[in-house]
Structures are given as structure tokens and as C-alpha cells.
Design a protein around this ligand. Structure first.
Ligand code: FES
Length: 281
């Protein structure tokens, strides 16, 4: 998109006086599209069961339906009354029944979130942001290589709604899941490649170099099915300042961002879900 700006006063000293000039600024559509903000409230924190557990499993965020991030997307959340909340917290939906629930307002957010957030904390949500999952197939394989399966659950819920078969591969601890999801350890993942129509992965950025091994692929092997990965990495500015903290190594496809030294995507804007063939792994 091109904006044309006529002015006599700006850039004084750079142009001859009293002469109109035309400044053409090219901006990407992403930059100027308004991102909505919503008032929200943390209403409940679910804790891990068991003696000495004490971990936070999820937080219920009460918000309007249009603020709920789709599978793989996120919202950036700020607690306006928290002086340490200048940097937002990226919240992903971890709701296994997303799309099925009609009575409750809001969504179940996946940790981590600040320790200062307690039930009743008012929040401002910005988003939803980023690219989510866009996979189609009647046999969906899910692989969680990090310490949670939660960010994959909205995708599982969508597939179950369509009566697709869903199989989950992980070594992470599991929440209560629908009985129709088959569950296997990560070591069984290579066998899924022959069975599944498509593969959705959730992995921390640091696990990307080991992904080929997890899939049982040799260096020269190609994946034989469509696959997307949610690359989980800190997203401190969500693209507002282009800080680069969320850079993910990219292949030369779909015009990645480049500097003299590297070719990369920004997980906050270009992802956090990528087609696997767009990444270096
Ligand atoms: S988080 Fe700052 S550029 Fe992505």
C-alpha cells in the first residue's frame, strides 16, 4: 500500500522553501491494519494436582469471543495495574473444547504468565496476533516436543469436531483429554509419518535442530506429508519494536527477512506457526 503525503512544513531545510513536494511512503498492510485491544480479566488459576505440585496449569481469561486466539495464534496481555507489566505476556489458548464451549466467556490460557497475576487481575489484550495452524486432513498427528501439549489442544478440538482421527505424540505430562485422542510417546513419532495426512508440531525454538532426529529422518530425507510447527520462543514486543528476539532460522522461501548475516522469520509476525519447509531444521 502506498500513502502519499503533501506538506510544506515538514522536512524544512531539506527542500527549497515554499515548494510543495510529495513524499511516498510504502508500508506493509500488516503495519497499518489496526490491531484491536480488549478489556479482560483473569478469573481463575488452575493449579497442578498432587502434594507439593504447586505449578500453574492454566488461567481462565474472561474476554469477548473476538479476543480468543485461534489455534496457534496468541494475544499479548498487559496488566495495567502491574508496574512490572510494561512488556506484554503472549497468551496461547490451551482449551481442549475450544469451539465446543458456548456458555463460558473467554479461554483457558497456557502458562507461563507473571506470578503477580492472581484471580481478579484486570488485563488488556492486544490481538489476536500471528499466523495460526492451517492444516487439513482426516488423520491428524500432533507432536509436542516441549513440556506442554496445551497449545495443540485447540487444533485437536477442531479436528475432533470434524470427526477426524487425532493422535498425539509427547513425553510431556497430560491434562484430561477427550478419550478419542490416541496418545503415544515421542519415540513412536516416526511411525506416524506413514499413517497421518498432516502433522502439527509444537516445539521450543531450541528443539528445532533436533527435530529431524525426532522424526526419524536422515539428513537427506524429505517429509512426505504437509507439516506445520508452532515455534515457541519469547515474544517480548510482539512485532511492535521489531526487537528480533523471536528470530527463527528460515529457508529462502516466501521472502524471509534477511540481514547481511542471516535469513530469518519473526515468530511474532511471520509465525509463530510455520510450514516446516520454510524453516532450517
Ligand atoms: S518479539 Fe520483538 S520482533 Fe518479535
Amino acid at each position: 500500500m502506498v500513502l502519499i503525503w503533501y506538506t510544506q512544513t515538514a522536512f524544512q531545510g531539506c527542500i527549497p522553501e515554499r515548494r510543495n513536494f510529495r513524499l511516498i511512503i510504502t508500508v506493509s498492510r500488516d503495519t497499518i491494519l489496526p490491531v484491536r485491544t480488549y478489556e479482560a480479566r483473569l478469573t481463575e488459576i488452575q493449579l497442578a494436582a498432587g502434594e507439593g505440585a504447586g505449578g500453574r496449569l492454566a488461567a481462565w481469561i474472561d474476554c469477548p469471543p473476538s479476543a480468543i486466539p485461534a489455534a496457534g495464534q496468541y494475544v499479548l496481555a498487559y496488566a495495567p495495574r502491574d508496574p512490572f507489566s510494561a512488556v506484554g505476556t503472549a497468551l496461547f489458548c490451551g482449551e481442549a473444547s475450544l469451539g465446543l464451549k458456548t456458555s463460558a466467556r473467554g479461554f483457558l490460557a497456557v502458562p507461563p504468565f507473571p506470578a503477580s497475576w492472581v484471580p481478579g487481575t484486570p488485563l488488556v489484550l492486544r490481538g489476536p496476533l500471528g499466523r495460526g495452524f492451517s492444516l487439513n486432513g482426516q488423520r491428524l498427528a500432533l507432536a509436542a516436543l516441549g513440556d506442554t501439549v496445551a497449545r495443540l489442544l485447540p487444533l485437536a478440538a477442531q479436528a475432533l469436531q470434524r470427526s477426524d482421527a487425532v493422535t498425539l505424540f509427547t513425553n510431556a505430562s497430560l491434562p484430561a483429554l477427550p478419550a478419542s485422542i490416541e496418545i503415544y510417546p515421542l519415540g513412536s513419532l516416526p511411525e506416524a509419518l506413514a499413517w497421518a495426512d498432516c502433522l502439527a508440531i509444537d516445539l521450543p525454538l531450541e528443539a528445532l535442530p533436533g527435530l529431524r532426529l525426532s522424526l526419524g529422518l536422515k539428513k537427506e530425507d524429505q517429509l512426505i506429508l504437509p507439516a506445520q510447527a508452532l515455534v515457541y520462543t519469547p515474544i517480548p514486543c510482539a512485532g511492535l519494536a521489531e526487537c528480533g528476539a523471536c528470530a527463527v532460522p528460515a529457508r529462502h522461501s516466501r521472502q524471509p527477512r534477511t540481514t547481511e548475516r542471516r535469513t530469518f522469520w519473526l515468530a511474532c509476525k511471520d509465525g509463530p506457526v510455520f510450514n516446516l519447509d520454510e524453516l532450517v531444521w
